[in-house]
Ligand binder design. Structure first.
Ligand SMILES: Cc1ncc(COP(=O)(O)O)c(C=O)c1O
Length: 294
């Protein structure tokens, strides 16, 4: 069994007059502090997969991602730490010099290969996987974003770490694995709220349902996804998000990652201010990605 790199992540309260006005308390589950190279949902998603890969006798992990994928970075780090070779299949063409993410991955020993966008869309089909096996030999395949049934089980361990009363857990949603797991791990009476970071994220409802069904045989029915806080789409930003993020940094001394965490936080504040949560609601927001002093 591959153990946790650190103890459960800290829980801290964020005090803000806008939330007080709405009668809402907000606690931050600081998963960004879990591990420097495997922060946030990365460790939770990888943990049981690494154990399974080792049990099946694999020495190589292969996975997929865009050139700026936090997941590729994390798999490279996990491979180096736990003794697996790693192969990263990158969407699109090679661009040299490598960006910071891919430089880090190669520095941790990851071999990179590139798939054109059309082939990349078919990356999980048998012909593409077979061609990769011919080239790289036997490997344990982690899907893009790392979301599979074992990742869902890992994320489902988060709620048990919250030792205070609360009503709702919030997290950003990219592929849906984190929300699927957190919701599945909740005690009855509690709910999970995901915030889509993608434009056109309506399909994510099917994805989360599919992942929960794959992991547990059924969907848990205690979650929903807010679709209107994507700020233009994945890795995009707009004036509302910029203003919110700068204001948040000025008030709280914390700079939120715009791709995921800032979108979730803006959703929480906007919904609270719009009266979406009954007074007295305690919300736990999972800080899944980097948050720096700023
Ligand atoms: C920092 C961060 N937060 C949230 C997510 C979204 O997680 P999921 O893809 O499981 O929906 C990701 C992507 O994995 C991420 O890198």
């Amino acid at each position: 069994m591959i153990g946790a790199p650190v103890a459960p992540s800290p829980l801290t309260e964020l005090r803000d007059p806008r939330l007080a006005q709405a009668g809402v308390r907000l606690l931050l589950k600081r998963d960004d502090l879990l591990h420097p190279d495997l922060p946030g949902n990365k460790w939770r998603k990888l943990r049981h997969n690494l154990t399974r890969a080792a049990e099946l006798g694999h020495d190589t992990l292969l996975t997929f991602g865009g050139a700026y994928s936090n997941h590729l970075r994390a798999v490279a780090a996990a491979g180096a730490r736990f003794g697996f070779r790693t192969v990263g299949v990158v969407r699109g063409e090679e661009h040299l010099p490598l960006n910071e993410v891919l430089t880090f991955a190669v520095g941790r020993g990851m071999r990179l290969t590139y798939l054109d966008r059309t082939t990349y869309r078919a990356k999980h089909t048998a012909p593409v996987v077979e061609a990769l096996r011919e080239r790289f030999g036997r490997f344990y395949l982690l899907p893009e974003g790392g979301s599979n049934a074992l990742a869902v089980h890992g994320c489902a361990e988060l709620p048990a770490e919250i030792a205070v009363p609360y009503d709702i857990v919030c997290c950003p949603v990219g592929t849906g694995g984190t929300l699927a797991g957190i919701a599945a791990g909740l005690e009855p009476g509690r709910r999970a709220l995901g915030v889509s970071v993608l434009r056109g994220g309506a399909f994510l409802t099917d994805e989360v349902t599919r992942l929960q069904t794959e992991a547990y045989g059924q969907a848990s029915g205690n979650w929903s996804i807010a679709l209107d806080f994507h700020s233009g789409g994945y890795a995009r930003s707009d004036a509302a998000l910029e203003t919110f993020t700068d204001d948040f940094a000025a008030r709280h001394g914390l700079r939120l990652d715009r791709i995921y965490v800032a979108k979730m936080m803006r959703a929480v504040f906007t919904m609270a201010e719009n009266g979406a949560f009954p007074p007295g609601t305690v919300i736990v927001a999972v800080i899944t990605g980097p948050m720096s002093q700023g």
